[in-house]
Ligand binder design. Sequence first.
Ligand SMILES: [Cu+2]
Length: 144
Amino acid sequence: MRKIRIATFVLAAILATSAMTQAQDMKDMKGMKGMGDMHGMSMTSKAKMTTIQGEVVDLACYLTKGEHGKSHEECAKMCINSGLPVGILSKDGRVYLAITANHKSANSLLVPYAAKEVKVTGTVDKRGGMDIVAVDRVEPLASK
Ligand SMILES: [Cu+2]
């Protein structure tokens, strides 16, 4: 009985220590994130308006099943309309998460072009390992 109590105490001590370590880790991560943000800010100020070309894809279906293109148009429309993340699949296979810089929805801007080739003008950046485009303007690309 006594052994069990000691074991419980030891276990509790281990748990408490690991919880404290985790809290410390999270604090460290926060510090690092702050530095990353500062770095990101300098990158953003350098970011220029760029034009990228590609297909408007609903990322939920593209990233889980690789679905896109004409055969996926109806689903893409539905997904983008329902607020699922939307992106641009460029010719070289790069996927850009589409956002806007003005707190408006990129979805409402892009849903008319679901599964279509477009030319997007905006700010292109890379953050957190992600390619992003803050869409400013979108025009349809004449299909060949
Ligand atoms: Cu879909």
